[in-house]
Design a protein around this ligand. Structure first.
Ligand code: THU
Length: 140
C-alpha cells in the first residue's frame, strides 16, 4: 500500500494545529478500511492536561461520524525525526484497531517514513475484550 496521499494530508493538516504553549505542531491522517481519510491536529489548552493530540483528534472525528474500522494512521510532527504516538493515543487506537494489521506510519516526509504495527507499539494492550467478566467468558 502506498501512503503518499495519507502522508500529504497529515503534513497539510499541521497548519491548523493550535499550539500556543509548545509551538510544536503535529498532524495526523487516519485511513478507514473503506478508504476515507480523517485528519487531525493537536489542540492545546491553558489547562495543559486538556490538550488533545493530533492522533486522537483524527480518531474522534472519525468515530463521531460513524467510522469504526481503520487501516492506518500517519503522524507528522514539526521535529526533525520520526514522531511516535504518545501512550494515551496508543491506548485510544487499541480500542478500535487490530494490533496485528493496523499500520502506524511515522513520517518525516513523503519519502522518509517508518511503519510499525499497533501491536508492536503497544504489546499486551488493555482492550475491550479484557472487560468481559469471568462469567461471560464461561458461557460464551
Ligand atoms: N503531540 C501530539 O499531537 N501527538 C503525539 O503523538 C505527541 C505529542 C502534541 C501534544 C502537544 O500539543 C505537543 O505535541 C507537545 O507535547
Amino acid at each position: 500500500m502506498e501512503y503518499q496521499e495519507l502522508i500529504a494530508q497529515a503534513v497539510k493538516t499541521k497548519e491548523f494545529a493550535y499550539v500556543p504553549y509548545s509551538n510544536f505542531r503535529v498532524g495526523a491522517a487516519l485511513l478507514t478500511t473503506s478508504g476515507r481519510i480523517y485528519t487531525g491536529c493537536n489542540i492545546e489548552n491553558a489547562g495543559f492536561s486538556a490538550t488533545n493530540c493530533a492522533e486522537r483528534t483524527a480518531v474522534f472525528k472519525a468515530v463521531s461520524e460513524g467510522e469504526r474500522e481503520f487501516e492506518a494512521i500517519v503522524i507528522n510532527g514539526d521535529n526533525h525525526d520520526y514522531l511516535p504516538p504518545c501512550g494515551v493515543c496508543r491506548q485510544v487506537l487499541a480500542e478500535f484497531c487490530d494490533p496485528d494489521t493496523f499500520q502506524v506510519i511515522f513520517a518525516k516526509n513523503q519519502q522518509d517514513y517508518r511503519i510499525m504495527t499497533l501491536g508492536e507499539l503497544l504489546p499486551e494492550a488493555f482492550r475491550p475484550e479484557n472487560l468481559k467478566s469471568k462469567k461471560q467468558t464461561e458461557t460464551s
